[in-house]
Structures are given as structure tokens and as C-alpha cells.
Design a protein around this ligand. Structure first.
Ligand code: PMP
Length: 396
């Protein structure tokens, strides 16, 4: 890699130059089965014809106007997102972190304009990931992401998802503004929270006048077999929610969704963005939304998810020396390993399979939602071959 780039990424040794569907190609034409998909971003695979058409059409018409002017694509996408969720209003961003930033500001403003100025604390959970802005790293509290960046921001509290009593006490405090949680922890290693857990948290927030924020940047836009992961459960809807990643299928875009009540503090001039909701992003995101929200795609993604999950569980039974657990939801699957996950990812690349890392020594499989049964079987064959190779290497 170039020494002119900040050295913040551990990059793999291969350079993809082209993508088609679930496949990534290097300059020499080697094909890799992509179960990373931009970490759940290329939800419709690479070079999806409808997204290419939407982007090309928009590129010939209008690239950018300031949010000082109405942007038509924002209106249509907000209508779609609100019709499909609990939300009444949307704010468009360029990334997941910015959507989280907007969610946290929305929550604090809600209390401020209601005169509850003491309510500033945000409760987050160990193992979470909300992005890399100051607010996002403080909300998640992962020590390795906050260390060296000056003092922790005040007003952020971390708890364990297993600490029911601590959660109840913290939500009841008069200084608590909001709780932020991923219904399925992505970077933490594909840990899905149960419906009962989310419903209990929802009730606690209601009883105490606290806003509930879901971070569905990774788990949303069809990844778990529903448009948003929390929609698997009744009586668990949030007040505020973030989405990004697959929202634009690879074009940078995010959104913060909220009920009208929760967004009551977000009045003219209190927040904004130059690029957020830009016409190019809106054109692609509208096309991606129409595709992802089609029942046919959701059904086939769910069938592929079950096939992949069953195959991985079968592999886990055959390699108890390597695999401890298969977990997650839909096509957000975590395989918890005994052996080092980084080494396993490199070994998988040797078998032309791309998988992502994750917390608790997991590898994650997050293929495009468009993956076919045949491609799932190819992924399983390559995963199996990787396990066989890693086992032999350990024995040698
Ligand atoms: N929240 C979650 C749950 C995420 O998985 C991520 C990205 N991995 C983010 C927020 C941050 O998104 P971005 O990198 O687009 O800022």
C-alpha cells in the first residue's frame, strides 16, 4: 500500500478492481466470492443494473444542489422509509456515523425543548459499534476506539446487555435522555438481541420518558430478512433509528429516522449537511429501496440465509476443534472461532472466499441479499475447504 495513505486500515493483500453480483475480480481476473459485501453495504451485489441505471441517469441530470433548495429524491425516499417503518420524518446523511450523530442530537434536543435540560445521558452497550465520530465512539465506549483521543465526552454510560437490573436503574435516572442499541450487534460479532429483550427495553423507556434509538446501520435494509431487524418483533419500535450501508447499495448515504414527537427539537437551523441527501445519493437509494423492499427479494434472501446458516452449522459440527458457535440473524452471520479470526480470513482468501472479521474472535458472512442457492453452496464449499486447511496447518 502507499505510504501516502494514513495507516489506519489493516488491508488485505488483494486489490479488487471490478465487481459483478456476489463476485469481486482482481486485475488479473481472479474471482472472489464476496461474503463481505462492503460489510453489509453492497446489499444488491456489485454493479446491480437498476442502481447503475439510476446513478447514470441522475449523473446526466443534476449532481448536487444545496439543502437550501428542495431535493425531490429526498421527498420520495422519506415517504418510502416512513411508510415502511415507525417513523414520521427523516434526515439524510452521507454515512452511518453521521446518522448516529443526528440521532443523538435529536434525542438531546427533544428533552431540551421540553424543558428537561438535565436529561443528557445516553446509555450504550458493551460490544456495540456506532461509528468513528466523537459522539459515536463515546456512545459505544469500546476502549480501543476512545483511547488517545482526549477525555471521554460527558453524558455517555455503558452497560452490559446482560445486566437487566443495571439497565432498569440507569433508564430510571432523571438525567437519562436516551438508550442506543443495535438490535443485532454487527461489529461485535453478529449478536442478535431477543424480541423479549427489546420489548423490555421499550417498556422501560416508555415508563421513564426516555427515548429509544436503534442503530440499524448494519442490521437494516433487508439484512436479517425484514426491512429492519427490529421489525421481527411487535411492540419494540424505537423513537429514533439510524440506517446507512445498504441504503445506497454502495453509494454513500445514511438516514436518521424519527417519530414526529422525538424530532420535535429538530427545527430550522439546528442541524444540517452539505452533501446529505444529495441528488446522486437519493437517486441510487430510491432505486435500492424499491429493489430491497420487494417481497420476492426478501423471500429469496431469507431462503439463502437459512441455507447458509444450516450449512455453516453442519460445518461447525464437523469442526468442533475450530468453530465454537454460529450466530446472528438472516444474512448477518457470525462464526465464532477457536483459531485466530484474522488468520482464518486470510486462509479463506486463499480459497477465493471473502469473509469479514468481528468481535469475540468471529468471522462474519454478510453476502449480498441477491446471493443464489448455488452461490451459497459455493461459499459453503470454500468455507469447508478453509476449515480443512486450517485444521491441517494446526496439526502440522
Ligand atoms: N453503526 C453501525 C451498527 C455500524 O455497523 C457502522 C459501520 N460499521 C456504523 C454505525 C458507522 O457507519 P459509517 O462507517 O458509515 O460511518
Amino acid at each position: 500500500m502507499s505510504d501516502k495513505l494514513m495507516a489506519v486500515y489493516n488491508r488485505a493483500e488483494i486489490t479488487p478492481v471490478r465487481g459483478q453480483g456476489v463476485w469481486l475480480y482482481t486485475a488479473s481476473g481472479e474471482a472472489y466470492l464476496d461474503c463481505v459485501a462492503g460489510i453489509a453495504t453492497n446489499g444488491l451485489g456489485h454493479a446491480h443494473p437498476k442502481l447503475v441505471a439510476a446513478l447514470t441517469r441522475q449523473a446526466k441530470t443534476l449532481w448536487h444542489v444545496s439543502n437550501l433548495f428542495p431535493v425531490e429524491g429526498q421527498v420520495t425516499l422519506a415517504d418510502k422509509l416512513c411508510a415502511a417503518t415507525f417513523a414520521d420524518v427523516c434526515f439524510f446523511t452521507n454515512s452511518g456515523s453521521e446518522a448516529v450523530e443526528c440521532a443523538l442530537k435529536t434525542a438531546r434536543r427533544f428533552h431540551a425543548v421540553a424543558g428537561d435540560t438535565q436529561r443528557i445521558d445516553v446509555i450504550g452497550f458493551a460490544g456495540s459499534f456506532h461509528g468513528r465520530t466523537y459522539a459515536a465512539i463515546n456512545a459505544a465506549g469500546n476502549p480501543s476506539y476512545v483511547e488517545g483521543f482526549g477525555p471521554r465526552l460527558p453524558g455517555y454510560v455503558q452497560l452490559s446487555v446482560d445486566d437487566a437490573e443495571g439497565i432498569a436503574q440507569a433508564v430510571a435516572r432523571p438525567t437519562t435522555a436516551a438508550v442506543i442499541v443495535e438490535p443485532v450487534q454487527g461489529e461485535g460479532g453478529a449478536r442478535a438481541l431477543t424480541g423479549e429483550w427489546l420489548q423490555t427495553l421499550r417498556r422501560l423507556c416508555d415508563d421513564n420518558g426516555v427515548l429509544l434509538i436503534y442503530d440499524e446501520v448494519q442490521s437494516g435494509m433487508g439484512r436479517t430478512g425484514r426491512l429492519f431487524a427490529h421489525q421481527w418483533f411487535d411492540k419494540a419500535a424505537p423513537d429514533i433509528m439510524t440506517t446507512a450501508k445498504a441504503l445506497g447499495g454502495g453509494f454513500p448515504v445514511g438516514a436518521c429516522l424519527a417519530t414526529e414527537r422525538a424530532a420535535s427539537g429538530m427545527t430550522a437551523g439546528v442541524h444540517g449537511s452539505t452533501f446529505g441527501g444529495n441528488p446522486l445519493a437519493m437517486a441510487v437509494a430510491n432505486a435500492a429501496f424499491d429493489e430491497i423492499s420487494s417481497p420476492a427479494l426478501m423471500d429469496s434472501a431469507w431462503a439463502s440465509a437459512n441455507r447458509l446458516r444450516a450449512g455453516l452449522e453442519e460445518i461447525a459440527r464437523r469442526y468442533p476443534d475450530l468453530v465454537v458457535d454460529v450466530r446472528g440473524k438472516g444474512l448477518l452471520i457470525g462464526v465464532k472461532l477457536v483459531t485466530n479470526n484474522r488468520e482464518f480470513m486470510a486462509a479463506a482468501r486463499g480459497h477465493k472466499l471473502l469473509v469479514a472479521g468481528g468481535g469475540e474472535n468471529c468471522v462474519r458472512l454478510l453476502p449480498p441479499l441477491t446471493i443464489t442457492a448455488q452461490e451459497v453452496d459455493q461459499a459453503l464449499d470454500r468455507f469447508d475447504a478453509t476449515c480443512r486447511g486450517v485444521r491441517l496447518a494446526i496439526a502440522a
